[in-house]
Design a protein around this ligand. Structure first.
Ligand SMILES: Nc1ncnc2c1ncn2[C@@H]1O[C@H](COP(=O)(O)OP(=O)(O)OP(=O)(O)O)[C@@H](O)[C@H]1O
Length: 627
């Protein structure tokens, strides 16, 4: 049997194109060939179970080997093999029906994945690294003759008699000069670890030597012996292929350790398992995260029938869950198409929705079953939940029942609970609820204390997402606004009718205001006299909530450029009812008045960490002279 022919591609020569355009990703040739080999073993198993093959199945296995001297890499399987006719059918008349279509499309393709899968070119990816490829195969069919196919990367191929005596296929790559790096143990091991670690059939790659205990020597010391065995690089039944009922917590934790050897134990996990309307299995872990937003991304691995595809799961996993870890395996995700196509794919959308729902259900379940455990995890999961709450409507709908608000004394409340807690005290004269929060409890301590003294509760909002979270709460909660604790003096944070009456006459107000305006020369500070509780500080420096938020948005590039360009402006609230004001009025001496005003102002700045440099020195000197 000897035959020559032309591979039916209607273009001159496709291989230079494959090589040129797919260069960056060329390691995937191994993924493609090993997957084909695995498929071949799965097919024979199936034929056997259907009674269409009655021979011995044997131990199904795939082997990857290399020969440094000959510069070859061989992928062998004991799958179903091919007859010469099948080679002609499956290999020569390349699976992609329209080579013309390919020629048009490859121009837009950005990476090898896109071309290879889309056009059924898996086998041909071999030519990314090889000058010549040989197939040596024997079909399972009774009376089949072994066949050999060779092709040197032109459109010419040759079929002759093969040499295999047992069922299966060897694919031999004669590696080209530019790709010799692949004929290397470390390199191949690395690629196999990446793509083939969880394939369903054992993949052998060379041998391994282990030291195993072998009794004791004459002196009673333990003896070891060297045992050589096949080096099987994969785990054929990773946990996501099993049923949750077969698994214990330890199994999930151990698998996590295997995937992320240097990470702390995860908080909890979700086992995904659906087969309708799409097929998806997987395990998602909630890692311990605090503030490292980007650092933890791209930790979810995407598989298709246990073949690793990518760790870029954007679009498949909702944005706010990108911080999760774990694996997703779905044959229904179109893995080899461009991003824009992926976004529009209806399966991808359904998968996205499903994952969101599963995560919300899990959180709700833990919350209901064990509130205490949930609260303990809140500092880690709060970030996800809030992120989801602000970015995903469907999730927010469920999360409204288990998103927690934490106050300065570390109590946690659900949204409903919190409303009930503060409603009586923190409703203003117009019936608007006012939630008070701090983003820097240390720095805003004096404000927090003043607010607490008035019976107000102060929430802590100091995670990176809280800026958005605060905005969203205001949108979602009825008749509720949020104010940062330093947005105003405590008496004015929540406008009530019972403001203390002023003890000063109009004339005195003008007089005191003039003293302060003269004493405070710092730009951007505007003096205002207010009648506050005599217990409150004589002077408080505040920044308006609205103004501050606009500036913060401008800083984050939120399009509030106008506010961003405005200088910082603060309000200097002078408490007209404080006894210091009496002293100022009683002192006729202008210098003494100015000194008192300055001192009170500096104290206000000091309590907010706004007093620095020369101003701080001046304050210290003045204080010394006063004592
Ligand atoms: N090791 C093998 N044993 C038996 N048949 C094989 C083997 N490798 C390839 N084939 C046959 O050649 C065909 C073409 O393989 P190729 O990898 O190009 O495309 P595919 O596997 O159909 O699609 P994909 O692009 O997803 O890999 C396969 O469908 C299969 O019938």
């Amino acid at each position: 049997m000897q035959e020559k022919g032309t591979i039916s591609i209607h273009t001159e020569n496709i291989f230079p194109i494959i090589k040129k355009f797919l260069y960056s990703d060329n390691e995937i040739f191994l993924r493609e060939l090993v997957s084909n080999a695995v498929d071949a073993t799965q097919k024979i198993k199936r034929l056997s179970s259907l009674g269409q093959y009655n021979g011995e199945l044997g131990e199904l296995q795939v082997e990857v080997a290399f020969d440094e001297a000959a510069k070859t890499i061989t992928i062998s399987d004991n799958g179903l093999g091919m007859t010469a006719d099948e080679i002609k059918k499956y290999i020569n008349q390349i699976a992609f029906s329209g080579a013309t279509e390919f020629m048009e499309k490859f121009k837009e393709a950005k990476d090898a994945n896109e071309i290879i899968g889309r056009f059924g070119l898996g086998f041909y990816s071999a030519f990314m690294v090889a000058d010549k490829v040989e197939i040596n195969t024997l079909s399972y069919q009774e009376g089949a003759e072994p066949a050999r196919w060779t092709c040197d990367g032109s459109t010419e191929f040759e079929i002759s008699e093969g040499s295999r005596t047992t069922r299966g296929t060897d694919i031999i790559l004669y590696v080209n000069k530019d790709s010799e790096e692949f004929v290397d143990k470390q390199k191949l091991q690395g690629i196999l670890d990446k793509y083939a670690k969880f394939l369903p059939v054992p993949i052998k790659f060379g041998e391994r030597t282990d030291s195993v205990p072998d009794g004791e020597d004459e002196e009673g010391k333990p003896k070891y012996m060297q045992v050589v065995s096949d080096n099987i690089i994969n785990e054929t039944t990773p946990i996501w292929t099993k049923s949750p009922s077969e698994l214990k917590d330890e199994d999930y934790l151990q698998f996590y350790k295997e995937l992320y050897p240097f990470s702390e134990d995860p908080l909890f996990w979700i086992h995904l398992n659906v087969d309708y309307p799409f097929n998806l299995t997987g395990v998602l872990y909630f890692p311990k995260v605090k503030n490292d937003f980007d650092f933890q991304r791209n930790k979810i691995k995407l598989f298709s029938r246990q073949v690793f595809i990518t760790d870029e799961v954007k679009d498949i996993v909702p944005e706010f869950l990108m911080l999760l870890h774990g694996v997703i395996d779905s044959p229904d995700i179109p893995l080899n198409v461009s991003r824009s196509f992926l976004q529009a794919d209806s399966n991808v959308k359904k998968i996205n929705t499903y994952i969101t729902k599963k995560v919300a259900d899990k959180l709700s379940e833990i919350f209901k079953a064990d509130r205490k455990a949930y609260e303990e995890k809140w500092s880690d999961i709060g970030l996800f939940v809030k992120y989801g709450y602000v970015s995903d409507e469907k999730f927010a709908e469920k999360a409204k029942d288990f998103v927690l608000l934490t106050n300065t004394v570390k109590e946690n409340y659900t949204l409903t609970e919190y409303k009930e807690k503060v409603e009586a005290v923190q409703t203003d004269k117009d019936g608007q609820l006012v939630y008070i929060y701090t983003n820097e409890p240390e720095k805003q301590d004096s404000f927090i204390q003043s607010a607490t003294k008035k019976g107000y509760d102060v929430l802590v909002m100091n995670s990176p997402i809280d800026n958005h979270f605060v905005g969203h709460l205001e949108q979602k909660l009825e008749k509720t606004s949020l104010k940062r604790v330093d947005a105003d003096v405590a008496d004015k944070l929540i406008k009530k009718d019972d403001a203390p009456a002023t003890v000063l006459t109009d004339e005195q107000v003008t007089q005191v205001k003039a003293v302060f305006e003269k004493a405070i020369t710092k730009p951007g500070f505007k003096v205002e006299l207010e009648s506050l509780n005599p217990e409150e500080l004589p002077v408080t420096v505040t920044m308006d909530e609205f103004m501050r938020r606009m500036k913060e948005m401008a800083q984050m590039g939120g399009g509030m450029g106008f506010y961003g360009n405005m200088p910082d402006s603060y309000k200097v609230v002078v408490n007209g009812n404080h006894k210091l004001i009496n002293r100022i009025l009683e002192t006729g001496d202008e210098a003494a008045q100015s000194q008192l005003a300055k001192q009170a102002f500096d104290l206000a700045l000091l309590s907010q960490g706004l007093l620095t440099g020369a101003e701080l020195t001046e304050f210290v000197n003045r204080s010394v002279s006063l004592i």
